[in-house]
Structures are given as C-alpha cells and as structure tokens.
Design a protein around this ligand. Structure first.
Ligand code: 5RP
Length: 252
C-alpha cells in the first residue's frame, strides 16, 4: 500500500543553490545580450562587471560581436579589457557612450544606486553619466528599501588635502542621521586607500534614514574638498537582478 514503510519513492530533485558569484555571472551574461556590434560600451568595475567584460571579450573572440569600443571605468577594468583584446578609448574621443554595464552596491525601488565600495565611483559616474543606456547588474542581496539604510558604506571621494577636515564636515552634515565618517584604508598599517585619480575615500555610515537623496547629494557636492559621491540618482535605465528564483529585469 502507499503507506507501507517499505514503499520507496524516487528522491525529489535536490534544489540547486547558486553561489553569489554564479548569480552575478547570470546577471552579467543577461546584460551582455543588450550589446550590439559597433557600440561604444562603458565597461564597469567590480566582481559582477568583471563577468560582463569577460563575456564581451569572449563574444569578440568568437566573431559574434564586431567593432566594439570599450570605455573602462577603472585602471583594473582597463587591464582586464586589454588582456581580452577589447579595443579601448576614452570619453575625450568618444563623449557619447551607447551602453554601459556595471554592478552596484545598493539598488532602491526607484533604481537609484549606491556605488563605489570598489573605489571607482568617479570614473564610473563620468562614463555612466555619458551613456544612452545604463544597465546595472546585481544579485538580489543588493536590493534595499532606502539607500544608505543597510548600515554599509556610502562612499565619498575627496581630495587628500586636509582630509580630516573634509571628513569632519561630511559627518557634521548628516549629524541627525547619526553619521560616522571613516577614511577608507587598506593593509595592517591602515594606509589610506588611494583611488585611480589619486584621491581618498571617506565612507559614511548612517544610523538613520538620510532623508531626501537629492538634497543629500547636493549638500555633499557643495563641500569644497569633495570630488564626487557614490549615490547614482536617476541614472540606471535597467537593473538586472539575479536571484535564486530567476532573473528579473526592472526598467525605468
Ligand atoms: C566599484 C563599484 C562596483 O560596481 C560595486 O562596488 C559592486 O561591486 P561588486 O560587483 O563586486 O559587488 O561601484 O566602484
């Protein structure tokens, strides 16, 4: 009988658990489907964008894409693209970018982003601000309700000159949100992290909601000493999210 203890049923298929890196790769490959031959392409930076750049290199090698010109958003991506044989240029020669593909640290429901935990926010903002279409690729862990509300860093690139003064002013600016401003460092000796543009990064950590993002953005940019911040407001045209249940494409 069906309830007999000796009845053996086939084991249900075990669920496939994808790693975070596999999810990043799925989002990246989906984004590369937007790439067409002849495009000027903004090449993002980070562990998710790296998969997209690899895929573009692969399609070029296979002859499935032709006449691509890449505009890298960091020295690291520049080196990766060179190693893959992707022809490169810059914004001086190609001020209009057809499509940029890049990762993000946070994505809110309106497709506003936090970027720059990898330290490349200035070049990313320049390239992605010059593109007709900006496709963001993330795994589902990057989705947030409010930017800066995850307790993780909101990066601000600042000039090294009197950085403590600038960090203090940034912290004061968001005093009501319980902001703590920390210089980004690396290594045991806590050397300042230096960006591709020879600047420093101050990471802002908030205890409370920072309120209106545009107001916050303007206030940060008004401070002398600030070069750029990691809020990318109203820039993404598409966000591709890879999760355990599949891929979601959100369009602006
Ligand atoms: C670098 C960035 C990256 O896009 C962002 O940090 C996401 O990185 P990852 O794909 O490694 O999670 O803004 O400045």
């Amino acid at each position: 009988s069906p309830s007999s203890p000796t009845t053996s049923l086939p084991a249900p298929p075990s669920p496939v658990i994808l790693t975070q890196d596999e999810l990043k790769k799925i989002a990246a490959y989906k984004a590369v489907e937007y790439v067409e031959s002849g495009m000027v392409l903004g090449l993002g930076t980070g562990s998710t964008a790296k998969h997209a750049v690899n895929r573009i290199g692969e399609l070029l090698r296979q002859g499935k894409l032709k006449n691509i010109i890449g505009i890298p958003t960091s020295k690291m991506t520049h080196e990766q693209a060179v190693s893959l044989g992707i022809p490169l240029s810059n914004l001086d020669s190609h001020p209009v970018v057809d499509l940029a593909i890049d990762g993000a640290d946070e994505v809110d429901p309106y497709l506003n982003l936090v970027k720059g935990r990898g330290g490349s926010l200035l070049r990313e903002k320049m390239v992605e601000g010059a593109c007709r279409k900006f496709v963001v690729i993330v795994d589902e862990s990057k989705l947030v309700k409010h930017l800066g509300g995850s307790g993780l860093a909101m990066p601000v690139e600042i000039v090294p000159f009197c950085w403590k003064f600038t960090a203090h002013r940034l912290q004061k600016l968001f005093e009501e949100a319980g902001c703590v401003a920390k210089l980004r460092t690396f290594g045991e000796n806590e050397e300042p992290f230096v960006t591709d543009n020879k600047n420093y990064i101050v990471d802002l950590y908030f205890k409370k909601d920072i309120g209106n993002l545009k107001v916050a953005s303007d206030a940060i940019l008004r401070l002398a000493g600030v070069v750029e911040h990691g809020m990318f407001l109203d820039m993404a045209t598409t966000v591709i999210v890879a999760g355990e249940l599949g891929v979601t494409v959100k369009n602006k």
